[in-house]
Design a protein around this ligand. Structure first.
Ligand code: ATR
Length: 279
């Protein structure tokens, strides 16, 4: 019988996840289908329950439900607990719901495996202190970085987030305007600034020579943050498309027990060879 999966979010029409998972399923010869569900803003849990009642096996959860999914779970992974958000939901035997978060690992895999960034001994700046930053914090600290600085427009949120992770590695928090003349080997954007039209302000010169810039978001055109990285002379400027595919591959592994090849899927998406528009 064909196993059913889906991504749930609101809005959802733009999601590339159905195209990514369809490509993984073809590649690994899995009998599965993967849809998109427009979740109800006022009753997300009803949509999840209906999906499970209809025999669904797993859901990817995206904005704005990642933190709400938490409440529906019977079991939750350590990494989802750290992130306080769930992006992968699995239906276990008896209809029990397991929640996990693969976003952080997706970021690390994209940077380390796909692009060859070596984290050990590096100084990293994580810009932003919301859900996106929280989701990648622990995986970043586990890479062996020399120092991780969280900088946020609202300084208190960065300080509190750093404080919450202080037992996990060398991390500190500050305001964006308190970075002074520090320099970083890697600067990661985890703010939603690129999603709005308000520009993100970073001190020029904060990227070390041959430093890298990573935007957790992506678009058809280079993002504002990627453009900033290019203007700073970054050695490598990367958007979040690879992270999206890598977090999906981790979810696929949880559900199907096999890890698909991500490189051909990333290339196909970049070259517009995978249709991502809803039928
Ligand atoms: P998410 O869960 O997607 O991370 P969020 O919790 O609303 O979303 O957090 C958004 C992040 O983007 C915050 O770190 C926010 O900074 P504040 O905490 O000061 O609000 C940051 N952000 C949004 N717009 C920004 C801008 N124009 N400049 C700098 N930071 C911005």
């Amino acid at each position: 019988m064909t196993d059913r999966y889906a991504v749930i979010g609101n809005p959802i029409a733009h999601s590339k996840s159905p195209a990514i998972h369809a490509a993984f399923a073809r590649q690994t010869d899995q009998d599965m289908e993967y849809d998109r569900i427009l979740g109800q803003l006022d009753d997300f849990s009803a949509d999840v329950r209906a999906f499970v009642a209809a025999g669904g096996r797993g859901l990817n959860v995206t904005l704005p439900f990642k933190e709400l999914a938490w409440k529906l779970l019977d079991d939750i992974s350590e990494r989802a607990k750290d992130a306080r958000a769930v992006n992968t939901l699995s239906v276990l035997d008896g209809g029990l719901l397991h929640g996990d978060n693969t976003d952080g690992l997706g970021l690390i895999r994209d940077l380390a495996d796909n692009h060859g960034f070596s984290f050990v001994g590096r100084s990293v700046l994580l810009v932003g202190a919301g859900g996106a930053a929280r989701g990648v914090l622990r995986p970043l600290l586990e890479t062996g970085v020399a120092a991780l600085t969280i900088a946020n427009r609202t300084a208190e949120k960065a300080v509190a987030l750093a404080q919450s992770a202080r037992t996990q590695g060398p991390v500190c928090g500050c305001g964006l305007d308190q970075l002074g003349d520090q320099q970083f080997d890697l600067i990661i954007n985890a703010t939603s600034a690129g999603l709005s039209d308000r520009a993100l302000e970073l001190p020029s010169g904060c990227l070390a020579e041959r430093g890298w810039v990573y935007d957790m978001f992506y678009g058809d055109q280079p993002t504002d943050f990627c453009r900033w990285g290019l203007a700073q002379g970054a050695k490598n400027v990367i958007d979040g498309l690879g992270m999206l595919v890598e977090q999906a591959a981790e979810a696929f592994l949880i559900w199907r027990g096999l890890r698909p090849e991500t490189a051909p899927v990333i290339t196909a998406l970049r070259e517009g060879q995978l249709s991502t528009t809803p039928p």
